[in-house]
Design a protein around this ligand. Structure first.
Ligand code: G3P
Ligand code: CA
Length: 345
């Protein structure tokens, strides 16, 4: 790709100036993908089947599943390894918190978890429970439940059957080291579930993601071969110190030897403090592309305060990430707007 030429351009404080890069980016909007982050979570409670159906109807290319294991080894779709933020567990099981005050999904059976009401994510502030995004679906309204991975895959595959589309899945193995320390091999269980649903090769529309570099290596070297499948893997990356070694040509080549995709926090690609019109774009997209990886950053939100000051709208933010930084896909809570943006582009 032409993007590889960007490697020769000068770094300015770790970021390249966008004006130098724009003419070199040639990818087309049709090649880009929209990943519905926890479903259409800007509109319905995250990771509920309702939010997934809405994301599907909005035209997302992939729908994300964060996967955690229960006490009885069932796979459920939930972002946190605790139930505190998105359920009424504290009301229904007040005596089941660990010493740290949190209610861990791994301490509850699936039947117990099915008895919980799921809702918009909320936190206790000033002694009162308040939802994280005030303008999203009202906390505690209507009726939602946590779904199993199998239920969600049945939903997406059922919709693929009834619509004739081929919407992909994007499961994440959450906190694999925590699960292993608790005696549960989440990665192996997720791969087995995917195989049971027919996801067995890189030709299938599935990206398997995790923040753990050790887990990415274990999946590629041991888990996938043992299961007799070969899936696309995505290395997720935060802005923490532990990932800094990846941010060189040598480090990225090492990641690319195991992963097919690179999923960074979007602040690692365009400096959020960039002046408007003078974006500071890092070299990570070009390094990842040079190492054979697609780049799918997270998370694009349209809520108040979630669009960086250098962009005057959610769509302007997408324009810069897709067509100046050169990303291949985006995790977003607002898949309708990202789909419409790319269609019109
Ligand atoms: O998995 C990538 C994206 O979902 C961002 O991470 O914390 O929302 O699971 P998180
Ligand atoms: Ca995730």
């Amino acid at each position: 790709m032409l993007i590889s030429h960007r490697r020769t351009l000068p770094l300015i404080g770790g970021f390249l100036m966008a004006s130098l890069l724009a003419p070199l980016v040639s990818a087309q909007a049709a090649d880009k993908v929209v990943v519905a982050h926890r479903g259409a979570s800007g509109y319905l409670p995250e990771h509920t089947l309702e939010a997934k159906a809405m994301a599907y109807a909005m035209g997302a290319d992939y729908i994300e599943q964060d996967v955690v294991m229960t006490k009885d080894d069932e796979l459920i779709v939930i972002h946190d390894i605790t139930l505190d933020r998105t359920t009424d567990v504290a009301e229904k099981f007040p005596n089941r918190a660990r010493a740290d005050g949190h209610f861990y999904a791994i301490d509850f059976t699936l039947a117990e978890i099915r008895s919980l009401a799921a809702s918009e994510g909320a936190y206790t502030r000033d002694g009162k429970r308040q939802q994280g995004y005030a303008a999203r679906f009202p906390m505690g309204k209507s009726s939602f439940r946590i779904a199993t991975l199998a239920e969600e895959l049945e939903l997406i595959q059922g919709l693929n059957f009834s619509t004739g589309r081929d919407v992909g899945i994007y499961p994440e193995i959450k906190s694999p080291e925590f699960h292993l320390a608790e005696g549960k091999d989440l990665g192996t269980a997720v791969v087995a579930a995917l195989k049971a649903f027919g996801y067995t090769s890189k030709q299938h529309k599935v990206f398997l993601q995790t923040f753990s570099w050790e887990e990415v290596k274990r999946l590629r070297d041991e888990v996938l071969p043992a299961a007799g499948v070969d899936l696309k893997l995505v290395q997720l990356v935060g802005d923490d110190e532990e990932y800094q070694w990846m941010f060189t040509a040598q480090g990225m080549a090492q990641v690319g030897a195991y992963a097919d995709g690179f999923g960074p926090d979007k602040s690692l690609l365009i400096d959020p403090e960039s002046p408007a019109g003078q974006l500071k774009i890092s070299e990570l997209v070009s390094l990842a592309h040079a190492s054979g990886m697609q780049v799918h950053p997270y998370t694009f939100r349209a809520d108040a305060g979630q669009v960086p000051a250098w962009a005057d709208s959610y769509e302007a933010m997408l324009e810069a990430f897709f067509f100046e930084a050169g990303i291949d896909g985006a995790f977003t809570d607002f898949p309708d707007r990202a789909v419409n943006f790319l269609r019109e582009r």
